[in-house]
Design a protein around this ligand. Structure first.
Ligand SMILES: Cc1ncc(COP(=O)(O)O)c(C=O)c1O
Length: 396
């Protein structure tokens, strides 16, 4: 065996989980991605998707993607910087900027690429990047690529944020980056207080709205809109892979910042643009979100129904108040077993272990879509209660 393979072959956790019949990853779906999907020929209720608006199979979204493919072709053989800009990219950028309430927007080929290419690029060696300890991995990776000083505050703890701000040189740039809705535990950032502190300490704020868009704010504009702090947040990031039912991501901000990013952000310049199909699908999904506010209303009804039932059941669900509901298990193997048993009961949920959460915070991530019915949610709750009782995970 070569040295590299010898070194890597020590990593055998997946093999062990497979041998125990509890390996929970890469489970293939062989149907349309709706609230019920086909897995191994069996119908399964989907409670593990981030398609909060449930638009992935909407006829208008599909039609827009097909039409754009017919007109422009399947791919872009280049980055937006060179040959990879289409008129529909520019139109979507303008539409997104207007939607979230910013001067300008840029489209990247993934949400991950947005955070990577924005967080790493804006600040210099003497400046500061300040992150919530539970920020998404893509924000953390962006920070790792930056030469700036790094400060981290305790999760959603504003005293801790202020302590970090006090450590900074007042004359240097301070960039605070937070998820709007935290992706694994579903709690919401204290944006009013973050913005207040940012003003007090002359800091810049960037909010990742990956899980906020569609769910929060008027027309699903996100948590910044929900809290009325859009003008005080300097950069709003979003992804097309969740409520927008597509692939890609955006940063929306002022023209001074986009001018710099368009000419320096490496994950924007050195990668191909999103496909015509993805562009048109995201644009069509946005139109539907605006035209059909009842989707957002229904999602919230389901969310409150599920939250109430989980609490009543005695599940530990942390501080969530959103369609992302963490069911804490706090043990890796038990988390995998519960995931498998729930699939046997016809319910797909995601197991979340370290490094996505702290090792002692292992959980099942249950997430809702606007297209779920109350009856489907009830069925999932019954299955969860049965399996959680079996593993003695209910407090009642
Ligand atoms: C908070 C957050 N930011 C960014 C991303 C990356 O988005 P994408 O999947 O579009 O690359 C995700 C996706 O998991 C996310 O949850």
């Amino acid at each position: 065996m070569k040295l590299l393979q010898e070194k890597l072959s020590v990593y055998d956790a997946p093999q062990k989980a497979k041998a125990a019949g509890i390996y929970p990853y890469f489970r293939a779906i062989s149907s349309e991605q709706n609230t019920e999907v086909l897995m191994n020929g069996k119908k399964v209720l989907m409670f593990g998707s981030n398609s909060y608006m449930g638009l992935t199979n909407h006829p208008k979204v599909i039609e827009a993607a097909v039409e754009a493919t017919r007109k422009y072709g399947t791919g872009l053989a280049g980055s937006p910087f060179l040959n990879g800009t289409l008129d529909i990219h520019k139109e979507l950028e303008a539409k997104i900027a207007n939607y979230v309430g910013k001067e300008d927007a840029m489209i990247y080929s993934t949400g991950f690429g947005v955070n990577l290419g924005v967080v790493s690029t804006l600040t210099g060696r003497e400046d500061y990047i300040i992150l919530d300890e539970q920020d998404h991995a893509s924000i953390i990776e962006g920070r790792r690529l930056s030469f700036s000083n790094y400060l981290k505050y305790r999760h959603n703890d504003m005293t801790s944020l202020e302590t970090q701000l006090k450590k900074c040189d007042p004359d240097k740039v301070k960039l605070i980056v937070t998820d709007g809705v935290f992706s694994m535990e579903g709690d919401v950032a204290n944006l009013p207080e973050i913005v207040r502190l940012a003003k007090q300490y002359n800091a810049t704020v960037m909010v990742d709205e990956a899980h906020g868009i569609g769910v929060f704010g008027k027309g699903g504009r996100g948590t910044c809109n929900h809290f009325g702090v859009t003008d005080d947040v300097d950069l709003i990031m979003g992804t097309f892979s969740k409520s927008f039912a597509s692939l890609g991501g955006f940063i929306a901000t002022d023209k001074v910042i986009t001018n710099f990013l368009r000419h320096h952000s490496r994950s924007y310049i050195f990668t191909a643009s999103i496909t015509p199909a993805s562009t048109a699908a995201a644009s069509a999904a946005l139109d539907i979100m605006l035209a059909e506010p009842e989707r957002q209303e229904h999602l919230w009804k389901l969310t409150n129904y599920a939250l109430e039932n989980f609490r009543e059941m005695g599940c530990e669900i942390g501080h969530t108040s959103t369609p992302i509901i963490p069911l804490f298990i706090r043990d890796d193997y038990k988390t995998f077993r519960v995931t498998r048993d729930l699939l046997d009961e016809g319910v797909f949920v995601n197991p979340v272990v370290s490094p996505a959460v702290a090792p002692h915070d292992t959980l099942i991530r249950y997430s809702l879509m606007a297209t779920h019915t109350k009856e489907q949610v009830t069925r999932s709750l019954e299955a969860i209660e049965k399996v959680f009782r079996k593993y003695d995970l209910l407090k009642k």
